[in-house]
Design a protein around this ligand. Structure first.
Ligand code: OGA
Ligand code: NI
Length: 333
């Protein structure tokens, strides 16, 4: 540790105690490889691995995804450069509404009275599908607009492929889900977690599940997944993207078969961490609710119907915490 260890962080950043132990497992988080889907055997294997991962962990590392390595690296690089700018240059993009087309903020809960503690984080977000107006994006670094627009388009194309695979892995037609994603949205959030002199006292992003359908994340170590009652650190494999199930896939697609699992981001004293999270969801006007083919006598509908926009607004009006929003859609038994 360097000179940072002389500093204390303000009390506002102290996080609530967490009941779950911390496990540093290396290889347990499932890996799914989609590089060779034309061959029947490897397609079957990939679909089975996908289904197992979504049912047991709600998280997997994705290989063979086809996003060019140079583009992923460039995206990381422009993100680091943007966060290196002086605060006043970033605050030009300040927004207190994460449903805006473009914005910058430091806490999901802007109001101090609503949030449990401040998070050791700042983030920038932009819509990728439909794409935001590029003139609203940062001009500095100079390649930001081009790189983020290309990355967003590639990730959106990947999300559509994954949607088909999720559908097939549950024994449905590949195109079944696309019809339920009317007005699809892809929004990208760059998270920046600066080095912290007392990392164990605070949190980068508090435990939560994602409210959208699924998330595609590029990250360096720092993400933890709640599995069997413990926080498991997800060690990124070279070239892999992390995919996690969000509330909508738990509700809409799978009638509770797939799990939208809690996760959080921890911080460290040595180096800044950036993650690039891309959130795929149906349009705000899309109807959400268990898919009829997956509802039957043994497995009755476990969630009520709603509109995605209503769900998103209700979730955003709660604090980002645990799985509070999903419980509002549960059918009472
Ligand atoms: C998120 C998220 C984790 C990370 O942005 O929803 O869970 O590693 N991020 O930054
Ligand atoms: Ni998340």
């Amino acid at each position: 540790m360097g000179s940072l260890s002389f500093f204390k962080i303000p009390g506002e950043f102290h996080r609530a105690p967490d009941p779950h132990p911390w496990k540093d497992l290396d290889h347990e988080v499932p890996v799914v490889d989609i590089s060779n889907l034309e061959e029947t055997d490897s397609r079957e294997r990939a679909l089975q691995a996908l289904r197992d991962a979504c049912e047991s962990w709600g998280f997997f590392q994705l290989l063979g995804h086809g996003i060019p390595r140079e583009l992923s690296d460039e995206m990381m690089e422009v993100a680091y450069k943007f966060f290196d700018l002086p605060a006043q240059d970033k605050l030009v993009y300040y927004s207190d509404n994460v449903l805006d087309e473009v914005g910058f903020a430091t806490n999901f809960e802007v109001s101090k009275s609503r949030r449990p503690s401040a998070t050791w984080q700042e983030f920038f977000f932009q819509m990728c599908s439909p794409p935001c107006d590029p003139s609203k994006l940062p001009e500095n670094p100079a390649s930001y607009r081009n790189v983020s627009t290309s990355y967003g388009a590639e990730i959106t194309a990947l999300a559509r492929r994954l949607l088909e695979l999720f559908s097939e892995s549950l024994g449905l037609e590949g195109s079944e889900l696309a019809g339920r994603f009317e007005g699809e949205l892809m929004s990208m959030r760059l998270n920046h977690y600066p080095p912290c002199p007392e990392p164990q006292l605070t949190i980068g992003i508090q435990p939560h599940s994602d409210i959208n359908a699924f998330t595609i994340l590029q990250q360096v170590e720092g993400l933890q997944v709640l599995h069997d009652g413990a926080w498991v650190t997800l060690k990124p494999l070279p070239g892999a993207l992390v995919v996690n199930i969000g509330d909508q896939l738990q509700v809409i697609l799978s009638n509770d078969k797939f799990k939208s699992v809690e996760h959080r981001g921890v911080v460290n004293a040595e180096r800044a961490r950036v993650s690039i999270a891309c959130f795929y969801s149906p349009g705000l006007g899309a109807r959400i609710g268990p898919i009829p083919e997956l509802v039957n006598e043994e497995c009755p509908a476990k969630f009520k119907e709603s509109l995605y926009g209503e769900y998103a607004k209700a979730s955003l009006s709660m604090e980002l915490n645990r799985k509070s929003a999903l419980s509002t859609l549960k059918v009472d038994v």
